[in-house]
Ligand binder design. Structure first.
Ligand SMILES: [Zn+2]
Length: 104
């Protein structure tokens, strides 16, 4: 799997800003990457850099979709796209594709 470009730019930015940060927190939408994928990509990016010893905390942002027919907002199970209420497809994704650094 290819490294997500947004994750690469977060890591580049962290490396430029400072060395020896103890820990960082990254929020990731559950539709984008799961936790093991994000951790694997992070590990690959930070090896041989000042961030290699930095602890990565991950906050998963739950997915939310809105049906464009009946406007029900629901949590998609198994990344399904059919509305649980009216069964139409083509929902709008409200949350779940985030990837950003969270600062205290
Ligand atoms: Zn619907």
């Amino acid at each position: 799997m290819q490294t997500h470009p947004r994750l690469s730019s977060i890591v580049r930015q962290l490396i430029q800003q400072s060395a020896g940060i103890d820990s960082v927190q990254i929020a990731v939408g559950e539709l984008l990457l799961d936790e093991p994928q994000l951790r694997a990509q992070w590990d690959a990016l930070v090896s041989q850099t000042p961030l290699a010893k930095t602890k990565l905390n991950i906050r998963v942002v739950p997915a939310e979709q809105q049906c464009m027919v009946c406007f029900l907002i629901y949590h998609p199970n198994e990344k399904e796209t059919a509305c649980p209420q009216c069964k139409s497809v083509g929902a709008k994704i409200i949350n779940g594709e985030e990837l950003y650094l969270e600062l205290d």
